[in-house]
Design a protein around this ligand. Structure first.
Ligand code: RB5
Length: 149
């Protein structure tokens, strides 16, 4: 599984923690920045990771800003992205099982590193259940298609 990860300055510290975790566990990942705590604009980071995932170059994306909200909203503007904001383990598992989320967003100013790493581990390890959930995920894609046409 190839993972693309990025953050803005508000998520930088937590991203560094997640990157160290991914490296330690032997995941194949690329860190698309930001690379320090200087102020940057989160939309371009959400977009970049979204495009890396929908291009097929990466299987999953993780994005982090102060709240996880802005960068996740930006990622979800990339057609084909289902980015889930998760600050608890239940949601991290459920969004893989039910929504086949291909991106995870978290807020570096919201949760601590211990919980964040458990969320990452849960989200990366959980499978999509298909079945009735496939129909619903397909319906999300249909909405997207209608607005693109
Ligand atoms: C940056 O100050 C902050 O607005 C950003 O990290 C994020 O929380 C936006 O949703």
């Amino acid at each position: 599984m190839k993972i693309a990860i990025a953050s803005d300055h508000g998520g930088f510290e937590l991203k560094q923690t997640v990157v160290a975790y991914l490296a330690d566990k032997g995941y194949d990942y690329t860190d698309f920045g930001t690379h320090n705590e200087e102020s940057v604009d989160y939309p371009s980071y959400g977009r970049k990771v979204g495009e890396e995932v929908t291009s097929g170059r990466y299987d999953r994306g993780i994005v982090i800003c102060g709240t996880g909200i802005g960068i996740g909203i930006a990622a979800n503007k990339v057609p084909g992205i289902r980015c889930a904001l998760c600050h608890d383990i239940f949601s991290a598992r459920a969004t893989r099982n039910h929504n086949d989320s291909n991106m995870l967003s978290m807020g570096g100013r919201v949760i601590g590193p211990g919980l964040a790493l458990e969320i990452v581990e849960t989200w990366l390890g959980a499978e999509f259940e298909g079945g009735r959930h496939q129909r619903r995920v397909d319906a999300i894609g249909e909405i997207e298609k209608e607005y693109q046409d």
